[in-house]
Design a protein around this ligand. Structure first.
Ligand code: UD1
Length: 383
């Protein structure tokens, strides 16, 4: 059997690592019955957004890099389709496997189906109901055309059923990102937090920060266009962090390239950089981010992956979004995350309540570290 797996952007890497390991384990038992090829579309290309993850998660170098890079959505999707079509003609795989919801999966699932190649979507059925999110469009289209839909939780499974997906196309396999978390948590626990600060900050700012810091800290990550591309929204979040959050607790802000660029454009960066109790870090690699999460008193984020990791680690999480495609991570479903949008009053209220909370790990069904094996089994047994 020939499988092409596709990755494009940062959140894909921690999802494909366990799948490739499952393929390798299967090949050892069966004398290489699967011919696997990894394609990187090249959407994320900086060392800290891509290569460092390959090294740390021991993902073999991609067999093919499409070199698509940054651009508008249409440019990213269009270029990926043009390049991926050539790969399909050349490799003629039986399956194309896509993970998550970034532009790469939309482009590659459409191209695969037009070539009448079977397509499997890992992390199928997530729905935010928010069509202004490009990821929601990617999820809906990919799920509609894929042959095998692997759902991370029963809410997602039921979303697919509700949309009329035939039941024989869907399997409930669990959350593949948690395989990576379980594989790496003991490695992450050995990392020294000051080394993380030192290695990932500019201009020695970590020394100033460490002096103002006892043990507790909060972590912030933001990258969604709805939070960072609008001056009023980003400015009000930054003001809240500087005027109120760091009065209570030191803050480590790991910064996505888009967010740094927008902070600079809106003239916010200098004031942020001058705060002793606010440390700006470069985008962190997987183990470093996991370590920060394990130690953090509270996480403020708009990342879906972090919501899931906070649930399993038990870190109180404020999700700066109005909706989520991952309701299973919300406190009302037993998770660790509360939706606060970008409403500062609500963020303030939930922030103060989170500071009083204890770490409370929970584990949704089948988030057990063995999802990748179930995904591969579903592909092999597909009829
Ligand atoms: C993408 C995904 C999003 C995911 C996020 C994780 C889509 C639609 N969005 O959003 O779901 O949560 O990745 O990071 O696929 N840039 C760099 N270096 C890089 C990559 C990007 O500097 O290696 C900069 C570029 O200026 C680029 C901007 O970041 O324009 C945004 O990158 P892009 O790939 O367009 O989307 P993300 O916002 O990262």
């Amino acid at each position: 059997m020939k499988i092409i797996s596709v990755v494009g952007a940062r959140p894909n890497f921690m999802k494909i690592a366990p799948f490739i390991r499952a393929v390798n384990a299967h090949n050892e038992l069966t004398g290489n019955s699967i011919n696997h090829c990894l394609v990187h579309t090249g959407q994320h290309y900086d060392n800290c957004m891509s290569r460092a993850f390959f090294r740390q998660l021991e993902i073999p170098e991609a067999d093919i890099n499409l070199g698509v890079g940054s651009g508008t959505h249409a440019e990213q999707v269009g270029h990926t389709m043009i390049e991926f079509e050539k790969i399909l003609w050349q490799k003629k795989p039986d399956w194309v496997v896509v993970v998550g919801d970034v532009n790469a999966i939309l482009a590659c699932s459409i191209t695969a189906k037009k070539e009448q190649i079977l397509c499997c979507h890992i992390e199928a059925g997530l729905r935010s109901g928010d069509m202004s999110m490009p990821e929601e469009i990617n999820r809906i289209v990919t799920d509609r055309i894929s042959d095998l839909l692997l759902a991370p939780d029963m809410i997602s499974y039921n979303n697919l059923i509700r949309e009329g997906t035939p039941e024989n196309k869907i399997r409930f396999t669990g959350n593949i990102m948690i395989d990576t978390l379980e594989d790496n948590r003991s490695k992450a626990a050995k990392l020294n937090i000051e080394d993380i600060f030192k290695d990932n900050s500019r201009n020695g700012s970590w020394k100033r920060f460490v002096n103002s810091f006892a043990s507790d800290f909060a972590v912030i990550t933001l990258h969604r266009p709805s939070n960072v591309d609008n001056r009023t929204v980003l400015q009000s979040i930054v003001r809240f962090v500087i005027d109120e959050v760091i009065e209570e607790i030191p803050v480590v802000w790991t910064i996505h390239p888009r967010t740094r660029k927008m902070m600079a454009n809106f003239g916010l960066l200098d004031e942020i950089l001058s705060q002793n109790k606010l440390l700006l870090l470069e985008p962190l690699c997987y183990l470093e981010m996991l370590r920060l999460n394990m130690l953090s008193k509270v996480v403020l984020t708009d990342s879906g992956g972090l919501q899931e990791e906070c649930t399993v680690l038990g870190t109180p999480c404020l999700t700066l979004r109005h909706n989520t495609e991952r309701p299973v991570t919300l406190t009302e479903y037993g998770g660790a995350s509360v939706l606060v949008g970008n409403n500062i009053e609500l963020i303030r209220k939930e922030f103060h309540s989170a500071l009083k909370k204890q770490r409370n790990p929970t584990r949704p069904e089948l988030w057990d570290g063995h999802t990748a094996e179930r995904c591969l089994k579903a592909i092999i047994e597909y009829k």
